[in-house]
Ligand binder design. Structure first.
Ligand code: NAD
Length: 492
């Protein structure tokens, strides 16, 4: 029993949301954890009332007060042009760490049952291609910026190591595509390698993300904690959920510096809404992450054991699981009945899998301490030179003609170093003949070896190019502390 009730915002959500949220609330109350729930609204009904954010001010204010949210799924209405209220909530409170445990559960049949799958995927949740910065470069060529910062990487990687330490886990795998994207995924990998030394009891490992997918299908039990960038994490966290039973069993926590939001991975499953048939396990497991976050690890462990016992017994089986096991779907347990069974099993321990109670793990949010300083002074202290510029331009002109024309436009201070099409050098000719898409990149560098390219030189160049070509965007070529801040083209 806690002396002071915890204040937590609860958003019942849409579709089956209220049913699964209610199930978790009943179990938490039965376990004796005192919570002062602040019920708040978000999602479909809010959109219908004309609030295009889907998250009313009262809800935001409640979250600012309580800093902890238990949330049912929110429907994103199609046809209103609104942004997803889920994404809005994550962005509003900058919940940068998306944590998705995938643990084998007794009584839930999978191809890997018995292998002891028990991993936690820690996905960076703000940056990467999901920053949503997209531009059409021509009517037919789109571009999405992949933004990875050292600070964003440090926060999520430290989060993963702190989580591993708290949970007594032995290995953290960093999953990237650093072999191809050396300056973005590569930065993430470098930060991982630099931080790993601070956690000597945890084995660090780096794997290329495609190999992670392969290994997860072959031998998922080898993974412990996996930390990764946003897009990689989106894909492999769903893969990991699939390994242990799918949507009905997949919990998640979204952690920020100030606010944490706990929710099932699944959506509002509208066709089951109000029927008392949905499987509440995913939301219950999410609520256990919430209890651990607020320092109620003991209660979370007891409830988790009761969930494991209920699944192990196989007496109360929800429709989805009955379908998977070839059981009696007609007489499957209702959401309420399944919840009652868990409550009845509080205090029992599972026998076919290790119990959680008694494992003595410290709880509470990770307290990531930054290793590096960030800010304008720190950035300004890094020696830098602008050595040139990449000018992207819309043209279908053959490079045999565009090359000399763009070279002639270079001027006295700069020279045309190369032209590439979709990253492959096409001028001077390397013999490669990539298909043209109507967008070229012309790379200009200072004529004098190692000299700087001034803004005035670049502006004059762009003005000259603009008289003949439709340029679409520019990228300066920086050298930071002696290291090239740009990559070479394929074939360069
Ligand atoms: P969904 O997850 O709601 O449902 C897909 C199917 O999975 C269901 O029909 C059901 O068969 C099964 N399923 C899902 N949860 C289950 C559970 N707990 N127990 C048993 N079976 C379960 O996905 P969807 O149909 O693509 O999306 C419906 C709505 O939910 C959409 O409006 C979508 O935008 C929203 N959504 C919200 C979230 C969120 O709030 N985080 C996540 C995903 C989808």
């Amino acid at each position: 029993m806690t002396a002071q009730p915890h204040r937590i915002t609860v958003i019942p959500g849409d579709g089956v949301g209220p049913e699964v949220v209610r199930s978790a609330q009943r179990i938490i109350a039965a376990a004796g954890v005192a919570i002062d729930w602040e019920e708040a609204e978000a999602g479909a009904e809010v959109f219908r009332r004309g609030d295009t954010s889907g998250v009313p001010r009262a809800t935001r204010e409640s979250i600012e007060r309580t800093r902890v949210v238990l949330k049912g799924p929110l429907e994103t209405p199609v046809g209103f042009g609104e942004k997803s209220a889920n994404v809005t909530l994550r962005k509003l409170f900058e919940t940068y760490a998306n944590v998705r445990p995938a643990r084998e559960l007794p009584g839930v049949p999978t191809r890997y049952a018995g292998e002891g799958v028990d991993m936690i995927i820690v996905r960076e949740n703000i940056e990467d291609l999901y920053a949503g910065i997209e531009h059409m470069q021509t009517p037919d060529v789109g571009q999405c910026l992949k933004v990875i910062s050292r600070k964003g990487s440090e926060k999520i990687i430290r989060y993963a190591f702190e989580l591993a330490r708290r949970e007594g886990r032995r290995k953290v795998t960093c999953a990237t595509k650093a072999n191809i994207m050396k300056l973005t995924e590569g930065l993430f990998k470098r930060v991982f390698e630099e931080l790993a030394g601070e956690y000597p009891e945890i084995a660090p490992e780096h794997l290329i993300i495609d190999n992670v997918a392969h290994q997860m299908a072959k031998n998922p039990a080898q993974f412990d904690v996996v930390v990764t960038t946003n897009l990689n994490g989106d894909i492999i966290s769903d893969l990991a959920s699939g390994l242990v039973g799918g949507l009905g069993f997949a919990p998640s926590g979204n952690y920020g510096d100030d606010v944490a939001i706990f929710e099932a991975v699944h959506g509002s499953a509208p066709k089951y809404a109000g029927k008392d048939v949905i499987n509440p396990t995913a939301l219950i497991l999410s609520s256990l992450m919430m209890l651990r976050h607020v320092g109620e690890s003991g209660a979370a462990d007891r409830i988790e054991d009761a969930v494991l016992v209920t699944l192990e017994e196989g007496r109360a089986v929800t429709q989805d699981l009955a379908r998977q096991t070839g059981g009696d779907v007609e007489h499957a347990a209702s959401t309420t009945g399944f919840t009652d069974s868990i409550i009845a099993n509080l205090g029992k321990q599972p026998t076919t899998v290790p119990p959680r109670a008694g494992t003595e793990r410290p709880s509470g949010p990770a307290a990531p301490r930054p290793r590096w300083s960030y800010g304008p002074e720190v950035a300004a202290a890094v020696p830098r030179t602008t050595v040139g510029v990449d000018v992207f331009l819309e043209t279908w002109e053959p490079v045999a003609a565009a090359g000399p024309a763009l070279e002639a436009l270079a001027g006295d201070a700069l020279r045309l170093q190369m032209i590439s099409s979709r990253g492959t050098m096409v001028w001077p000719s390397t013999g490669l003949k990539p298909d043209a898409v109507g967008l070229l990149r012309a790379r200009y560098v200072a004529r004098a070896e190692g000299a700087a390219a001034s803004d005035a030189d670049i502006s004059a160049l762009v003005a000259r190019i603009g008289e003949r070509y439709a340029w679409t965007h520019l990228e300066k070529l920086h050298v930071f502390a002696g290291a090239d801040g740009f990559t070479k083209a394929q074939g360069q």
